[in-house]
Design a protein around this ligand. Structure first.
Ligand code: DX5
Ligand code: ZN
Length: 219
């Protein structure tokens, strides 16, 4: 089994998004990681529906949408209509997470839950059976290009242990500061999906950067 690589479009050149899409389409990347920020849940605003509409009509690989917004349940249908395959909401932004996950499933998407660096993976104990993916934030959400917080590695290992103990098969995704130097350790700890923004889009050779963090793994 291989780790999946999801380049984060946040680090792409927005003056030439079509080129970023062409790059991901032809590369070994598996998913598009799409960071939607509202300036309330996080101190930054990224992009919204017009960019999603462009992605929905110009991509073939799955759209992995990471919502960094308050009241994410208000937008479930809108993202489903725009070809989103995996919709991830923050535990810290969801008052009724169980219901939100049910709504994401009812809209035909995979449901992910994201955890900020300060949130323990143990907070997921009563919801793990319901989720398709857990996104471990390895930086504070809001900006690309930050340094990886090493504690994330232990969170991945603990989640992997919980997954094995309970016989579950949700995916573990890591987001923030991922690069060649830390990717193998993450995959060995149990990560299935690596998100990378700057490491891919600021690289001299983005195709090679994607290959560099796509490890073959045995689980
Ligand atoms: C941060 C976003 C990340 C970000 C990662 O809030 O969720 O997806 O784009 O960027 P890098 O890989 O540059 O840390
Ligand atoms: Zn993200």
């Amino acid at each position: 089994m291989k780790s999946l690589v999801a380049p984060s479009l946040l680090a792409a050149d927005f003056g030439n998004l079509a080129e970023a899409v062409a790059l991901i389409e032809r590369s070994d990347a598996d998913w598009y990681h799409v960071d939607v920020m509202d300036g309330v849940f996080v101190p930054n605003i990224s992009f919204g529906m017009p960019v999603m509409e462009f992605l929905a009509r110009s991509t073939t690989k799955p759209l992995d949408v990471h919502l960094m917004i308050v009241e994410p349940e208000r937008y479930i249908e809108a993202f489903a209509a725009l070809k989103t395959q995996i919709l991830t909401v923050h535990l810290e932004a969801s008052r009724h997470l169980h219901r939100t996950i049910q709504q994401i499933h009812a809209a035909g998407m995979k449901a992910g839950v994201a955890l900020n660096p300060h949130t323990s993976v143990d907070t997921l104990v009563d919801i793990l059976d319901e989720v398709d993916l857990v996104l471990v934030m390895s930086v504070n959400p809001g900006f690309g290009g930050q340094s990886f917080i090493p504690r994330a590695l232990e969170k991945v290992a603990r989640l992997n242990q919980m997954r094995k103990e309970r016989g579950l098969n949700f995916l573990i995704e890591v987001d923030g500061g991922v690069k060649d130097e830390n990717s193998l350790a993450l995959v060995q700890a149990g990560a299935d999906v690596l998100v990378a923004g700057n490491f891919v889009f600021k690289a001299q050779d983005p195709d090679a950067a994607i290959r560099a963090i796509k490890h073959t793994r045995v689980r």
